[in-house]
Design a protein around this ligand. Structure first.
Ligand SMILES: *[C@@H]1O[C@H](CO)[C@@H](O)[C@H](O)[C@H]1NC(C)=O
Ligand SMILES: *[C@@H]1O[C@H](CO)[C@@H](O)[C@H](O)[C@H]1NC(C)=O
Ligand SMILES: *[C@@H]1O[C@H](CO)[C@@H](O)[C@H](O)[C@H]1NC(C)=O
Ligand SMILES: *[C@@H]1O[C@H](CO)[C@@H](O)[C@H](O)[C@H]1NC(C)=O
Ligand SMILES: *[C@@H]1O[C@H](CO)[C@@H](O)[C@H](O)[C@H]1NC(C)=O
Ligand SMILES: *[C@@H]1O[C@H](CO)[C@@H](O)[C@H](O)[C@H]1NC(C)=O
Length: 457
């Protein structure tokens, strides 16, 4: 809950170092046009075309999708069950691809799902078993040829293999996966029709660090084989208590690793972000702020199963009656949908440079347009007291001291199944400032509500 009260604020502030509790917005430093880097999600698109009305895609600024027919049952279990079952998964994938392209979103292909890893185990066949790649090569060439004949190459990213470092999607050695990675890269790059198809990897579940041999051995061998991906992809879905699973840390650890192996920088794609517990408005605002700061694409993790995996935009949507009734079309916004909608439709103009709080628990994304400054703010699903400092007030034509009226919007909701139709108006409070810098407190008394603050310029 956002309130003001100078005395209680000073008492709270004295408990923590100012930089630990202060997020900043610099009105004098523009970071270019809004691009809604965080407006992606994995799966979440119904396989039936047009099942979700257009406005749900367009209002949230849908930018990135990622799918491959996962969790469909027989007769759609994937390549290892025969060509018909492969086509079942491919059809789901192509349908999701068409839907994504309809709204201009890029599409990340998940070959491991078309292979059928969710119906596999250590006894089933895996690419390169017994050093025989015939079957895998045929799979890759068949998939390439089907993508080509279905005109599905534009806006496509080939994500070579998902989470080989987990037990769910890979049941063979680390080296067999690295061999697969390099081999696939080479097959794709030998076909000029695929010149504009991007390659992403390593798509490891764990963050980049120099003690993780999945990262270090992969980096070393892709350097040695000149098979650098177009996007470095990995997942940030660790517990929020584990602060290292955070772009603020991994942007540094990855840069250090690239330097060690003499590799170039590339676009970052966090193609799964946030835990299910973080899929509430405060978590959404925190992740948006982080991804925007690092200009990293982000796709929301999807924590649903079976047909619900193929619906509900990774829990941005819910339904008025039964959200798990996958064919029903009574769609409404889940709590976070309103955050993404505000982020896309309202936060127009130019992005501003920001910093998160030193304790890494609260963060802000900010824009300035011809009418207003807008600040989206979220805590990493925890209560606490923080503050926002807005520097260089005169950069947007305001006096260096004076009073601004701050309009607050609250984005409430505690469950991904709950319907929330709009942010709520939490009123206008006047704040006096001096020294060209405005500071106001955030009293976060629940773990779920995100905030937007607006003031006229
Ligand atoms: C896949 O879609 C094609 C074209 O719509 C159709 O002919 C084919 O029967 C489908 N295959 C499967 C296995 O669903
Ligand atoms: C592995 O999967 C195959 C095919 O579904 C199944 O027949 C077999 O029982 C599974 N083995 C184990 C150990 O689960
Ligand atoms: C190239 O990749 C292969 C694996 O496919 C690996 O065995 C080899 O060590 C790599 N070469 C270099 C120079 O890293
Ligand atoms: C992220 O790391 C790259 C180096 O890989 C660096 O150029 C960039 O400035 C870093 N971003 C931020 C916001 O610190
Ligand atoms: C966001 O923008 C829309 C369209 O301009 C407007 O109708 C709506 O009131 C704005 N919402 C907020 C919370 O400012
Ligand atoms: C922008 O913010 C980043 C971190 O959030 C900071 O490292 C950088 O110095 C800031 N840039 C400017 C020009 O203020």
């Amino acid at each position: 809950m956002f309130t003001t009260g100078l005395l209680s604020f000073l008492a709270a502030a004295s408990l923590a170092r100012a930089d630990d509790i202060t997020a900043t917005v610099n009105l004098a430093v523009s970071r270019g046009s809004p691009y809604h880097w965080a407006s992606g999600f994995i799966y979440g698109i119904p396989d039936t075309p047009d099942q979700v009305p257009d406005h749900w895609y367009t209002d949230m600024g849908f930018r990135y999708a990622r799918a491959g027919g996962a969790q469909l049952d027989a007769p759609d279990r994937g390549w290892i069950w025969g060509l018909d079952e492969y086509y079942g998964r491919l059809n789901s994938t192509l349908s999701n691809y068409e839907t994504s392209r309809k709204y201009g979103a890029a599409f990340i292909l998940l070959p491991h799902d078309i292979w059928g890893t969710d119906h596999a185990n250590s006894s089933t066949v895996w690419p390169g078993d017994d050093d025989d790649w015939t079957n895998y090569d045929l799979f890759v060439h068949t998939l390439m040829s089907d993508l080509k004949s279905n005109n599905a190459l534009e806006g496509l990213v080939w994500d070579i293999w998902n989470e080989p470092d987990g037990t769910s999607f890979w049941a063979r050695s680390q080296q067999q996966w690295i061999d697969l990675y390099i081999r696939t890269n080479n097959i794709l790059r030998e076909d000029s029709d695929f010149d504009n198809v991007l390659i992403s990897g390593p798509t490891l579940a764990n963050m980049p660090q120099d003690t993780d041999t999945w990262w270090t051995n992969w980096l070393s061998q892709i350097a040695g084989n000149d098979t650098v991906p177009d996007q470095y992809a990995y997942h940030l879905e660790g517990s929020p208590d584990d602060w290292i699973d955070d772009l603020q840390n991994t942007n540094i650890t990855l840069a250090a690793l690239l330097k060690t192996y003499g590799l170039p920088e590339r676009q970052i794609n966090i193609n799964e972000y946030a835990t299910l517990a973080e899929q509430i408005p405060a978590g959404a605002a925190w992740w948006i702020s982080r991804l925007e700061r690092y200009d990293a694409y982000g796709l929301r993790g999807n924590w649903q199963s079976d047909c619900v995996l193929h619906d509900l935009f990774a829990n941005l949507l819910t339904k008025t009656s039964d959200p798990t009734a996958c064919a029903d079309t009574d769609y409404v916004g889940a709590p976070e949908y309103q955050v993404y909608k505000y982020y896309n439709l309202n936060m127009t103009g130019e992005r501003l440079n920001t910093t998160g709080t030193g304790d890494r628990l609260m963060d802000v994304y900010a824009t300035v347009d011809s009418d207003k400054v807008r600040i989206l703010c979220g805590a990493r699903i925890t209560e606490g007291t923080w503050q926002i400092t807005v520097d260089n007030m005169d950069a947007v034509g305001l006096p260096s001291e004076g009073t601004v009226d701050i309009q607050t919007w609250g984005f409430a909701g505690t469950s991904v199944w709950e319907e929330v139709d709009a942010p709520s108006d939490r009123g206008i409070v006047s704040h006096t400032y001096t020294g060209n810098s405005l500071t106001f407190p955030i009293y976060q008394t629940d773990t779920s509500t995100a905030w937007a603050f607006e003031f006229a310029r």
